[in-house]
Design a protein around this ligand. Structure first.
Ligand code: MG
Length: 205
């Protein structure tokens, strides 16, 4: 299983970090070892002093495919979930300045949080281009988004990345974060919602 993450897919987030808005999807990978096992807390990694949450809608691939046309992309998934793309922002900044890959800042153990379940497209209301999602930190709303504000839709993302990677059953696509990313500290609790449903409850230790 691989995890493909899209960066800067919401204009308001690209701008908050002072980045240009990309003309084509920007992506990077996380290994399967990045997934935090269910019900475990995230232990604040010792190599960063600026660990940031990024709440994202996650798409689970259910069919093998390569060079998928956008008009057929919807046939390659039927479950939607919620995730957090944890980022060591200080290390990412260093990588960016040096023109180095981002993996060190993005792909460490525990950097991929997944909700406790995926929902069918029917359960999320039938339209993947109109999904509300949000993240609360210590009961305060910190991020809110809707997939209608994505620059590249889920189907466009699948068409684009499948030119480079064969998509396999079980692969996950983190589709980008809206504005409001920020730091966590030891003792914080994060709670994530997809539409009305709470899928994430995570303690930072
Ligand atoms: Mg992200």
């Amino acid at each position: 299983m691989k995890i493909i993450c899209i960066g800067r897919n919401y204009v308001n987030h690209a701008k908050e970090l002072g980045n240009e808005v990309p003309k084509e999807p920007l992506f990077f990978l996380k290994p399967d070892s990045a997934v935090l096992p269910k019900k475990q807390p995230l232990f604040y990694p010792s190599f960063t002093k600026d660990l940031h949450y990024e709440v994202e809608v996650v798409v689970k691939i259910n069919r093998l495919g390569k060079h998928i046309e956008e008009r057929f992309a919807h046939k390659y998934y039927n479950q939607i979930g919620l995730g957090i793309d944890f980022t060591a922002r200080d290390i990412q900044q260093e990588c960016k300045e040096k023109g180095l890959p981002w993996e060190k800042a993005k792909s460490f153990d525990g950097s991929a949080i997944l909700g406790n379940k995926f929902l069918s497209i029917e359960e999320i209301g039938g339209d993947v281009n109109n999904i509300d999602f949000s993240l609360f930190k210590n009961q305060e709303l910190v991020q809110t988004g809707n997939t209608k504000d994505m620059m590249f839709t889920i189907d466009k993302i699948i068409a684009y990345i499948s030119q480079f990677y064969t998509l396999k059953i079980g692969d996950l696509i983190f589709t980008g974060t809206p504005a409001g990313v920020g730091p966590v500290s030891i003792g914080d609790q994060l709670e994530g919602f997809l539409q009305e449903e709470q899928l994430i409850k995570l303690n930072i230790k």
